[in-house]
Design a protein around this ligand. Structure first.
Ligand code: GAL
Length: 628
């Protein structure tokens, strides 16, 4: 009887656990917050993009986020990494989305899946596959049949994959929200009526996927119910929900920024980040997502452009290498703790707002059980303030929020950083030097010949658009032509040099004359167009002009960004017996890509297809050189 009693208890509790796990969670929302299994939730979320780190890093990254007080991981889904050609899907390695979602689930955290599938994200072509641009008649992000067809197909594919793996919260999985499109509201003005129709279609298409968890759209003020519109920007506290039925959620609070080649290292002080988060919760926010919490690396050719760097460190709370960045990570961890102490009264209480003097206000939340929490902010960015609140006096540093979970004691002020600081120093290693006792490093060197290799892909009078020609299968496009220089040219006698003048839509080029490097021209920041003008060495007789045009990542966003071109538009030589030769309508021979890429000399068998020269000193200042 006793035995039976014990066994019966064990089996009852097991059955209960299993059934509970299988049923999953119910996710809904009201004007205050998301509601998970009947409870309003205050959520701190962190963007970590799965293909921007390697799978071996995922568990530690997610654990470090959890230790930092994060409840939710948020990621985009990267369409062009998954649908390599129409209907040909890839989910291996860094693109193993299911595995990533399971790591989040194993950590006991929630997941927000921003399916997009347009994502921006400083990711090549905003995440949309380049092949889609070449399906006739396609215009991205408009009410356009080919685009909508492929977007719906991919969205459905992802939703079905998540359902199959039981990853939606309704199925017991971690996904509590999915996103369709990406801050489209910004672009409707450009796309006009067509844009409005498209946004409405996207929202309806999302809802028709029946995921049983809510959908969100960013910056889409008129998102139709039941889709929730959310905010992306530096400061979202001033935004009120567009409908009292929807919660205030901040999908992109930027704790730093991305980097471009030639640009400065972005930095946002943690005091300012903490201030923005505290103000958001002070003003009724219920979900804050850091974009990015770990930025990571743009591997391969995934960086968007032009000129987004390989590093996507973002000055984020976890650095590119997966280490907590201090004091950013630590200070935000303390902030999260303080906010969580107020969670219940913030979400279930009533609030009053009182002014405590110029630039200082308190938002006080109370409930019927007698709980009280207050946020006191000083939005004067220069002057500290002294205020009296409920008969006690408080010192408020400039541009700060104090959090009082019991309306008496300040447990946290956003401007007072007590977390330790760490500085990760990058120490240059002289790999070519041989230190005593160490083996000398050996380099294998292969130099490409400037100009087209093998047979030209085509010959054409005049120029082509670079991107339409390479279709982004490579960054490189060779152009070559030749000119005859008369032996009587003055510059030959004087020993002076004519100049090569090239106009390009972008992004970069290297110029060669008679196989000799003459210089590089490049755009800058978001201005990809540029003019190249350099003196060049010409000789009497035939001269070969070779131009290697390069793209450095495709555009990621903006109205009709899919039609922004690149490449050379005009080539002239100036300073020849006081005249200019325009080579723009010459016959140009074209070659797509460089030889080393074509032969895959950087991996496997391909490495044996060229002759490498061994050296302990890699050559300096030598163009078109591969180093192994
Ligand atoms: C946002 C966009 C993100 C990312 C960010 C800048 O507007 O939604 O995808 O591009 O800007 O890092």
């Amino acid at each position: 009887m006793n035995l039976c009693f014990i066994l019966c208890l064990v089996s009852t509790s097991l059955t209960f656990t299993l059934v509970y796990g299988g049923v999953g969670s119910n996710v809904s929302y009201d004007g205050r917050s998301l509601i998970i299994d009947g409870q309003r939730k205050l959520l701190i979320s962190a963007s970590i993009h799965y293909p921007r780190s390697v799978p071996a890093m995922w568990p530690a990254l997610i654990q470090t986020a959890k230790e930092g007080g994060i409840d939710v991981i948020e990621t985009y889904v990267f369409w062009n990494g998954h649908e390599l050609s129409p209907g040909n899907y890839y989910f291996g390695g860094r693109f193993d989305l299911v595995q990533f979602a399971k790591v989040v689930q194993d950590a006991g955290m929630y997941l927000i899946l921003r399916i997009g599938p347009f994502v921006a994200a400083e990711w090549n072509f905003g995440g949309v596959p380049v092949w889609l641009h070449y399906i006739p008649g396609t215009v991205f992000r408009t009410y356009n049949q080919p685009f909508m067809h492929h977007m719906e197909k991919f969205t459905t594919y992802i939703v079905n994959l998540m359902k199959k793996e039981k990853l939606f919260a309704s199925q017991g999985g971690p996904i509590i929200l999915s996103q369709i499109e990406n801050e489209y509201g910004y672009y409707e003005n450009y796309y006009k009526e067509d844009g409005k129709k498209y946004a409405l279609w996207a929202a309806k298409m999302a809802v028709s996927q029946n995921t049983s968890v809510p959908w969100i759209m960013c910056q889409q003020w008129d998102a139709p119910d039941p889709v929730i519109d959310t905010c992306n920007s530096f400061y979202c506290d001033q935004f009120t929900p567009t409908s009292p039925k929807r919660p205030k959620m901040w999908t992109e609070n930027w704790p730093g920024w991305f980097k471009t080649f030639g640009g400065r290292d972005p930095h946002r002080p943690v005091e300012d980040v903490a201030f923005s988060v505290a103000r958001f919760f002070q003003k009724g926010g219920s979900l804050n997502n850091y974009y990015m919490y770990h930025g990571g690396t743009n591997f391969g050719r995934t960086a968007g452009g032009p000129f987004i760097t390989t590093s996507y460190d973002y000055d984020a709370p976890i650095d590119e290498y997966g280490l907590p960045r201090l004091p950013k990570w630590g200070h935000l961890k303390e902030l999260h703790k303080a906010i969580k102490l107020c969670e219940h009264v913030l979400l279930y209480g009533k609030s009053v707002n009182i002014s405590l003097g110029p630039s200082v206000e308190a938002d006080i939340y109370t409930d019927s059980s007698g709980a009280c929490a207050a946020f006191i902010s000083n939005v004067d960015d220069k002057n500290d303030k002294k205020v009296v609140f409920r008969n006690a006096s408080y010192h408020l540093p400039a541009w700060s929020v104090s959090i009082l979970p019991d309306c008496k004691n300040v447990v946290f002020n956003t401007a007072k950083v007590s977390s330790p600081t760490n500085i990760v120093a990058m120490i240059p290693e002289h790999l070519q030097q041989s230190d005593k006792g160490q083996k000398t490093l050996k380099w294998d060197v292969f130099k490409e010949n400037p100009g087209i290799w093998g047979k030209a892909d085509f010959v054409k009078n005049g120029f082509v658009d670079h991107i339409n020609t390479t279709k982004d299968t490579t960054d490189y496009l060779w152009h070559t032509t030749s000119i005859l220089i008369d032996a009587n040219e003055e510059f030959l006698k004087k020993g002076s040099k004519p100049a090569l003048l090239i106009e390009s839509k972008g992004h970069t080029l290297h110029a060669f004359v008679n196989q000799k490097y003459q210089g590089t021209g490049t755009g800058n920041g978001s201005h990809s167009a540029f003019t190249f003008k350099n003196p060049i060495s010409l000789r009497a007789g035939k001269n070969e002009i070779a131009i290697l045009s390069l793209t450095v990542g495709l555009q990621t966003a903006g109205p009709f960004y899919d039609f922004i071109g690149a490449g050379v538009t005009s080539v002239k030589i100036i300073g020849l017996n006081n005249r200019t030769i325009d080579l723009s309508s010459n016959a140009w021979a074209y070659k797509i890509g460089v030889l080393g890429e074509h032969l895959s000399i950087y991996q496997g068998e391909g490495m044996n297809s060229v002759k490498w020269t061994s050296t302990s000193e890699p050559p300096k200042g030598q163009a078109l050189t591969w180093l192994l």
